[in-house]
Design a protein around this ligand. Sequence first.
Ligand SMILES: *Cc1c(COP(=O)(O)O)cnc(C)c1O
Length: 399
Amino acid sequence: MSVQLGEMPDSEGYFGEYGGQIIPPELKKIMDDINDSYEEVTRTAAFQEELTALYTDYVGRPSPLYYARRLSEKIGGARIYLKREDLNHTGAHKINHCLGEALLAKHMGKTKVLAETGAGQHGVALATACALVDIPCEIHMGEVDIKKEHPNVTKMKILGCTLVPVTRGTRTLKDAVDSAFEEYLKDPVSFFYAIGSVVGPHPFPKMVRDFQRIVGQEAREQFLAKEGCLPDTLLACVGGGSNAMGLFTAFLEDEHVAMIGVEPAGRGLDTPDHAATLTLGSKGALHGFKCYNLQDEAGEPLPVYSIASGLDYPAVGPQHCYLKDISRVRYVAVDDKACLDAFMTLSRLEGIIPALESAHAVAYAMQLAGEQSSDKSILINLSGRGDKDADFVAEHLGL
Ligand SMILES: *Cc1c(COP(=O)(O)O)cnc(C)c1O
């Protein structure tokens, strides 16, 4: 098993039966070019040095590994550690892969980087990376989301990206994807579509994972240095799955390290209002790759929901689908209520306000830690900070 996991995906971009390139032949050629450039450019010492220097001096890596003593003692079970991706520049793990993608686009001589954004997190991280790398950036965003996510919209404007408001359909994420993709198809040779997670056609699930694997590499070394052993369990929230793959990749061969991905159960798994793709989805294809997804009988994506907008995606990265099938990673779901409870608990016990996305992982850790003894350890990827969610939570809880 270990050899296979280390070598994934295969040359066609498959993780078992998942992934691949479910796209028109013209685009396949473009994706193959990106893959070739990626393999060539990122292997050079110059690219690695450039990226490593940015991770260190710009992002602020390595992010700390923090023992959450008060949280652990309050629960009275397993010890809980946080990998502090919330402390990165721009406040989340997304900057790790956005910098990698922007640099790659620049090295390939692309003239514009394009993407959609829902809540604006991917948009801000990408606009940041593009400002730094000096490449034009165009972000498509639904009008409804533009109204809702004002601070992120302002940041994107300040950072100098072109913001394209999307007025079609429901004027939310799905329409923004369609709009950005149409623009991309006008000149895919010159443009670069920067996918925001370990999803999309090959080579994106591989590339984004590789740009995120620094998280797990650091966490593994930091935990070993602190504790002299590896953690018993890793936990990360799963939307598309990039922060989880970033943490898990460095531990895939350590068979005694358990891994758990936490999906959003929203208002409950027995309601339509969730985005628990691996928990309740079925096999299909979406956005250019094969994966589990939440779809209707005709194979159309179902509307999904989570209190954490970064997690409401009806598909999930192909490597997660594979890791689920071989039972290397277990996937569970946490609802809005437990998420909010974890959000407040971490804030009040540790003075760390987590992103609502990350709070899903914290919520499951709190549950699991209570069932275990203090000789066990749980390492959570705290994927982002909760500044963006503070007003919403305060209003929601009537604070
Ligand atoms: C976008 C986002 C996520 C979800 O994306 P993944 O690709 O599943 O990691 C999780 N946490 C935060 C803070 C995010 O901004």
